[in-house]
Design a protein around this ligand. Sequence first.
Ligand code: ATP
Length: 432
Amino acid sequence: SGSASGSTIKQVKLERESELRIEVDSETPLKLRLLNGSAEIFGSELAPEIWLTFPPRLKFAVFTWYGATLEMDGATETDYTADETPMVSYVNVHAVLEGRRNRAKASSSNDSEASQGPRVIVVGPTDSGKSTLSRMLLSWAAKQGWKPTCVDLDIGQGSITVPGCIAATPIEMPIDPVEGIPLEMPLVYFYGHTTPSNNVDLYKALVNELAQLLETQFARNAESRAAGMVINTMGWIEGTGYELLLHAIDTFKANVVLVLGQEKLFSMLKAVAKSKPNVDVVKLQKSGGVVSRNAKFRQKARGYKIREYFYGLANDLSPHSNIANFSDLLVYRIGGGPQAPRSALPIGADPVANPLRVTPVNIDRDLLHMVLAVSYAKEPDQILSSNVAGFIYVTDIDIQSATTLQQSRWLCSVVSGKTVVAMAEKTVLCCK
Ligand code: ATP
């Protein structure tokens, strides 16, 4: 059975430059600790002897540079050791970035070019290990005292907050192997869908907003400017997806493009970079440990991610249920024109007149079970350029009486002083 008991303890000895790849059981957590030697999980070092508890379904690797012995307690879907990894090439990239950070730090902060540390963008098809490489580069930099900025443009999975958002946050310590990227002070823009094709203009507009905001922060903060950023992207690399990659490279002024696991993408980007002498395009091997996840798994993962926002990773948060009068809420949608499906319109007609138009949404049963983002905007016309404070999940809508009882019930949790929570299949912004 999958339940952990004393008898499930096992020891694993890892040779230098090898890793233990684990997929935790789908039902029960796994405990693991470092007995001796040294080891890291995606760039974050393990403290000796301390048991770590990994939640069900987590997929990860424990890597050692010099050899280690690990102890595991609990069931796994799979666990095996591998001695062929691309880790040496990854850490070499880190070393080059480190050199650039040092040069940026040493230069006069009046020179905006020279004082800018590396702006790294990680690109590649789905399941090529982009998030994992981004995480390693951030953790290794943080371990050496830098505070690099983590930027996540992947609205499909969302490593910083719930899916459907683009976000950025400074990384001040190696990323916790269990908790993931810290949620203390993220800058989050709400897109509201999991695919950018839904509203490409909105996606681009939000990328522009985020980049602009980071630019002003960098201008004021020499430390984070020198540390630079690591940008994780979507796995959509064909057609419009490719155009969005180019857009992101330009918008964030990326100067290092790391291409994982695809020759074609590498040569295309390399050709584009010919006209941009300060952009380095580097090809990196995909790790054999990266686990492919199908559409169903991804959909489930999104659900868990939303759940995690409200309830915490270990069910340790209790979201408050609140009741609000309709009059207390202003709900808006971006890109909401006539909501007629494309199929109902004449061929060639565009169902959305202006993809960036902000339109008020009537509160009705359609909002049930949606995740709304709470915008910092004071006026509707600021919504597009405003980041969000958190999310609410609509659990009930009461429209019994047109005059008195119009109330909606929502679920929200307060995490470190912020209202935090989930998402909708429609772009809905809630402006309080
Ligand atoms: P996406 O298609 O969502 O953009 P991605 O390219 O960012 O995916 P990752 O999220 O980095 O890919 O990796 C996919 C999964 O494989 C993750 O669950 C990750 O933890 C796992 N993984 C990555 N590298 C390893 C490894 N060496 N050993 C075991 N699991 C790994």
